[in-house]
Design a protein around this ligand. Structure first.
Ligand code: ZN
Length: 282
């Protein structure tokens, strides 16, 4: 488990009106003014055996704590480790889902009203929208090509009348990074370790929620991320073995090369990681 102290950022010193909780993988809950925004929430954490050979089904008990006061659910792309729990969370919370055409199809396939899914892919990007206290800006992005130089499960989720239950059916779909502005803070969610450098002009951000998985195959990922988002702080995500239950704690995969990534990011930001279920405030 990577600790804050390893990276020079002790999270306990910060305080503020916005709380950010890591849900594991690229999943986060951002809370402000009594409302909650869920980003790539994947709480089920199916075992490797289930993901490889079984049926993927949302664990309702694991999503239950996250279904209250949800202003919106955001899906950056639709691989299962980002999107599996989205239809169930949308059903339980009644919150709108923002994501790609694939994400909208998932929501409809679950039998939810079409208007509960906002197809960001059909909008002119960058696309801005206000939900509760959160102002969201969706910026075109891309998935890291970590599978022998390719994006795993490329393409879109097919229009279907049942939520898919196989890993391979969760096609990547369009990819977004999402800027969240709330209570005077700017937080950027990067759900896959790549970006489109000139999608928008560089911004200043307080915190980037930076995906680690796949970063080693993305040329100059740390430097490009720093240049595009100029973050004060970076919270590393998607470095954990997500086939393990959250209750056992996050365990980093050696292939993630966390120390190398951290050293490069720490040249112009404070970098840290926390345990699943833990929060920081800013
Ligand atoms: Zn992915």
């Amino acid at each position: 488990m990577a600790r804050w102290q390893d990276y020079g950022w002790d999270p306990t010193w910060t305080a503020g009106p916005v709380s950010v909780t890591w849900l594991g993988t690229a999943g986060f809950a951002i809370e402000a003014e009594g409302q909650r925004l869920l980003l790539d929430p994947y709480l089920t954490r199916a075992s490797l055996g289930t993901a490889a050979f079984g049926r993927l089904v949302t664990n309702e008990a694991l999503i239950a704590p996250w279904t209250e006061r949800v202003a919106a659910i955001v899906t950056g792309h639709t691989h299962f480790d980002h999107a599996l729990d989205v239809p169930a969370l949308a059903r339980a919370s009644g919150a709108p889902v923002f994501g790609s055409t694939s994400a909208a199809r998932l929501v409809r396939a679950a039998g939810l009203p079409a208007e509960q899914a906002i197809d960001v892919q059909s909008k002119a990007l960058p696309f801005e929208v206000e939900v509760g206290p959160f102002r969201l800006r969706f910026v075109a992005s891309q998935h890291s090509r970590f599978l022998f130089g390719r994006v795993p499960y490329p393409g879109d989720i097919a229009d279907c009348d049942q939520v898919p239950d196989r890993t391979g059916a969760y096609r990547c779909g369009a990819v977004f990074r999402v800027e969240v502005r709330v209570a005077g803070r700017t937080i950027v969610h990067v759900g896959s370790a790549d970006l489109i450098d000139d999608a928008v002009a560089p911004i200043e951000s307080d915190l980037v929620l930076a995906c680690v998985a796949g970063w080693t195959t993305t040329k100059d990922y740390p430097e490009r991320l720093l240049a595009a988002m100029r973050p004060g702080h970076i919270l590393l995500s998607h470095w954990d073995n997500f086939f393990r239950p959250a209750a056992l704690g996050a365990r980093a995969l050696p292939a993630m090369k966390l120390p190398v990534l951290t050293e490069r990011l720490a040249k112009s930001a404070r970098v840290g990681a926390i345990e699943i279920g833990h929060s920081i405030t800013l």
